[in-house]
Design a protein around this ligand. Sequence first.
Ligand code: C5P
Length: 223
Amino acid sequence: MPESLVVVIDGPAGAGKSTIAKLLARKLGVAFMDTGAMYRALTVKALREKVDLEDEAALVALAQRTHIDLVNEPGKALQVLLDGADVSEAIRSIEVTNNTFYIARTPGVRHVMVEWQRTMGARRSMVGDGRDLGTVVFPNATYKFYLDADFNVRCQRRIDELKAKGQQVDEEALKKDLAERDEHDFTRKVGPLKKADDAILVDSTGMTVAQVVEFLAGRIRNT
Ligand code: C5P
C-alpha cells in the first residue's frame, strides 16, 4: 500500500481554511477532514448533556464515550455524525462557536481528538484543516500550509458568509467574538495555533478562493 497523502492547512478562524480544504480535497480526489467540526461536535454533546465546561475530568470522560465521524460522499457536503446522528447544522450555531474553546483548551480532550484524527489520516488520503495539524497531529504531513489573512478581511468574510445564508449579522459582536477566538487559539497551553516551521505561509488577504486553491494545488504538483 502506498503511504496516504496528508495535506494540512492550519490558520486562524475566518482565513478560509475549510472552504479551501474542501475544494482542494475535491480537486485531488481525496477526503476532507474538518477538525474544527470535531471539536464543535463534542461541544454540542457537552451543551446538550449540560456537562460543566470547566470540569476537565468530565470533559475527558465525555470525549471517551463519544463517537464522531466525518462522512465524505462525492458531490455532497461533509456530514458530521455525533454518535451516529447528523449534527452538521447544529455545530454551526453561535452558542456552539462561542463555547468550543472550553473543549479545545482541555489537554485530555485534545489527546483523544489527536488520536481520532491520526486514525482517520492513516486510513485514507486527505486534506485536513485546523489549528495544530502541522505542529502536533501530523508533524510528518506530506504538505503543510498555514493560511492567514488580515483580521478585518477575516471578519468581512464571516459576515458575507452568514449574510449569504440569510442570517442577520451583528457585525460588532462578530468582530469581538473573532478577536476572542484568536486570543483563545493563540494562547492555549496545549495545541495552540502556530505555524509549523516547515509549513508554507499563504496570506490570502488579497486572493480569491480560486487563486488560493490553485496556489496550493500548484505547490503540490510541483514538488
Ligand atoms: O475551524 P473552526 O472554527 O470550525 O474550529 C472551531 C474551534 O475548534 C476553533 O475555535 C478552535 O479553537 C478549535 N480547534 C482546535 N483545533 C483544531 C481545530 C479547531 O482547537 N485542530
